[in-house]
Design a protein around this ligand. Structure first.
Ligand SMILES: Cc1ncc(COP(=O)(O)O)c(C=O)c1O
Length: 394
């Protein structure tokens, strides 16, 4: 397949990263295990190009299974190339490290995934990198924060737990006017619902652990870049020695094949459940850019072709035991980290505890719900009985 660029996302997810003629007719690229790669002679061994990351050289740089996953994700998102890493957090770490020379200034959205903030505060700051958190709703005014030593602006849209939608094109325009790269954690949008490069993002970072793998059985990170930033980022990944097991690449690629049907179904259920929650007397507000009355709706509608099934629910003031009774009584929602799998999840979140550039005071306890592939009627019935338990415990 050579002209994936002209194809629709569902066709790309089926055909990209596959070459049956190369693998004895097999529909799927098989799992290639290996560390050492043998060369025919001294000339071939010594002639390896260290900047060619798409040829077989040594296991750490990938195998045909790794390359198949990387190629498929890059094509789906419309980027130049991709590299797989052992977790979403590893992808964030390596991408930031590529811009984090001592003395550099990096701007980070105040709403980022908390471990991103942890890495910046605990690791990058001690290496002499200046980290500055900015209001995620800043938009074009980010221009005022860019300094001569600013190397990168890091975005996440919508923000972790708080779901504020960032105006990425406005941030990109301001950053590029000053020659600064824009990195974005695009895990929520996925390469299926958010085409980061069409909006000017230079480096798109995915926790492939979520919807790309989609089955809660793989840890995976994927960085996709434009051509300009590819070698800087790919070399950083190599310098840190990151690589991914071919079995995990195989599973992630298998997940990617069905991302469209899963995400469309999960989105439909999530919107239905979010609207039902909005009408509940126990709920103050629902944080979900896919809802018309969400402050981020206009930007989401403009920039995304769909919504992940992850959103926040702010409850009206209730005691901690009452909130715990609601979550504990749910039968179909698991209590656990991560999201993007086939199953529903519910956790309580406390983003107000770690924000520094902005205050976040939702007015009640915050739940984060992930809606899976269960029948939404059953999920609604489960939530209904959960609210009854919450009232009892109040
Ligand atoms: C927005 C976001 N980015 C990155 C990550 C990190 O992914 P991983 O768990 O694969 O390290 C997560 C994990 O929850 C996340 O929610």
């Amino acid at each position: 397949m050579s002209n994936h660029k002209k194809m629709k996302p569902d066709t790309i997810t089926v055909h990209a990263g596959r070459d049956p003629q190369r693998f004895d007719g097999m529909v799927n690229t098989p799992v290639f295990r290996g560390s050492t790669v043998l060369f025919p002679d001294v000339k071939a061994y010594q002639g390896r190009n260290p900047d060619d990351y798409k040829i077989m050289r040594y296991g750490i740089y990938g195998t045909p299974t790794t390359f198949a996953l990387e190629e498929a994700v890059a094509q789906l998102e419309g980027g130049y190339a991709a590299v797989a890493l052992p977790s979403g957090l590893a992808a964030i770490v390596a991408a930031l490290a590529a811009f984090a020379q001592s003395g550099a200034h990096i701007l980070i959205a105040d709403s980022v995934y908390q471990p991103t903030r942890n890495f910046c505060d605990k690791r990058l700051r001690t290496l002499g990198v200046e980290i500055e958190y900015y209001d995620p709703l800043i938009g074009a005014a980010i221009a005022g924060l860019i300094r001569p030593n600013t190397t990168a602006v890091f975005c996440e849209a919508p923000g972790s737990h708080t779901f504020e939608m960032q105006d990425i094109p406005a941030i990109v325009a301001a950053a590029h006017a000053k020659g600064v790269a824009v990195l974005a954690d695009t895990t929520w949008g996925t390469p299926y619902f958010f085409r980061a490069f069409e909006h000017g993002v230079d480096i798109s970072i995915h926790a492939g652990t979520k919807y790309i793998s989609g089955h809660s059985d793989v840890m995976m990170g994927i960085i996709v870049t434009n051509e300009q930033h590819w070698l800087n980022v790919r070399r950083a990944v190599a310098d840190y020695g990151y690589c991914v097991s071919p079995d995990d690449c195989y599973l992630a690629l298998r997940g990617l094949r069905t991302i469209g049907v899963r995400m469309r179904q999960q989105q439909q259920s999530a919107i239905r459940i979010a609207r039902w929650l909005q009408a509940r007397p126990e709920v103050l507000r629902v944080l979900y850019p896919a809802l018309e009355d969400d402050p981020g709706y206009a930007i989401w509608k403009r920039d995304f072709s769909g919504a992940a099934s992850l959103f926040g629910v702010v409850l009206k003031p209730a005691s901690d035991p009452a909130v715990a009774a609601l979550i504990d009584s749910l039968q179909l929602f698991g209590i656990g980290s991560s999201w993007g799998g086939f199953e529903s999840l519910a956790i309580r979140a406390y983003p107000e505890k770690y924000r520094t550039a902005t205050k976040w005071n939702p007015g009640g306890a915050l739940l984060r719900l992930h809606i899976g592939l269960e029948d939404p009627e059953d999920l609604l019935a489960d939530l209904e009985q959960g609210f009854a338990q919450m009232r009892k415990a109040a």
